[in-house]
Ligand binder design. Structure first.
Ligand code: ADP
Length: 260
């Protein structure tokens, strides 16, 4: 039983060994409960789209719709939910590889201006469809970093897509800056913002500020957990500043590449 603690009376080797065993038992217990929670979350996340799939497939099979238009709407929902399940499975696979260190990165000297430009051009359409503008105007050169170019692009796309997802009107601004030893990328939006109480949990798997809102927008709840792992693997760090109703700013910091 993991709740049983070795009682520690002595301060000698036996005492410190007992302490070590107690710490291990505590860690194991924590690991088990987080594992349990993780699987409960996955089951829940999969059950929801499955319920929709079954429900609407049933409606169509039994012709329980009134118009052709209504039928098409249900078919659209089925497609959406299937897509959601597939992104969820992809994200889970990616996260598990990252957490176990099985994802290999291709490190090389990277010019972030190019990476940001690619990420912006791939997300521009989504922003424009929502009537949002994306701004990025590099006015000077930025020192290079040592990272995986495609993974850096993935991080930026993820953060920009979140910014689009959680912004109703206004703009998304991406900027690059540097000092003697680091490069900073910031992604700032004029969106709904994040309450300060939620910020410490933001990078946890499946954590969402508003469950229903995130679902509505098609998020898996794993995006930021993946981003955090990818940033760490590239020796960077990530910070969030946010004000409810005003907007959010994610800031990424990477060390400058100084040759080997
Ligand atoms: P999701 O797939 O739900 O977007 P993420 O891991 O990407 O999952 O983000 C976790 C939660 O953080 C989101 O559900 C949302 O509540 C919040 N969030 C992330 N980015 C932003 C942002 N730019 N503005 C406001 N809230 C955000």
């Amino acid at each position: 039983d993991l709740n049983t603690r070795v009682s520690v009376a002595s301060k000698d080797e036996i005492g410190s060994l007992s302490n070590a065993i107690n710490d291990l038992a505590f860690e194991l217990q924590r690991y088990r409960s987080s594992r349990r929670e993780f699987f409960a979350n996955i089951s829940h996340e999969l059950r929801t789209p499955i319920t929709y799939l079954e429900g609407y497939a049933n409606v169509i099979e039994n012709k329980l719709y009134k118009t052709e238009e209504e039928k098409n709407k249900y078919l659209q929902i089925i497609q959406q939910e299937a897509k959601r399940m597939s992104s969820l499975v992809n994200d889970l696979f990616e996260l598990s590889k990252l957490e176990e260190g099985r994802l290999s990165l291709q490190f090389e000297e990277i010019d972030l201006i190019e990476v940001v430009e690619n990420a912006v051009s791939k997300t521009k359409i989504k922003a424009e469809q929502k009537g949002l503008t994306i701004g990025f105007s590099p006015t000077y050169q930025i020192p290079s970093i040592y990272a995986d170019g495609l993974r850096m692009e993935q991080i930026l796309i993820n953060l920009i897509e979140n910014a689009i997802r959680y912004t109703k009107q206004g703009s998304i601004m991406i900027s690059l800056s540097s000092d003697n030893d680091k490069v900073i990328v910031s992604i700032e939006d004029t969106g709904i913002g994040i309450p300060s109480d939620d910020i410490p949990y933001l990078f946890e798997r499946f954590y969402r500020v508003e469950k229903s809102r995130s679902r509505e927008h098609g998020g898996t709840g794993l995006g930021l957990a993946i981003v955090k792992q990818l940033v760490a693997r590239q020796h960077g760090s990530i910070q969030v500043k946010s004000e409810v109703g005003k907007g959010t700013c994610f800031e990424l910091t990477f060390p400058i590449y100084k040759g080997e």
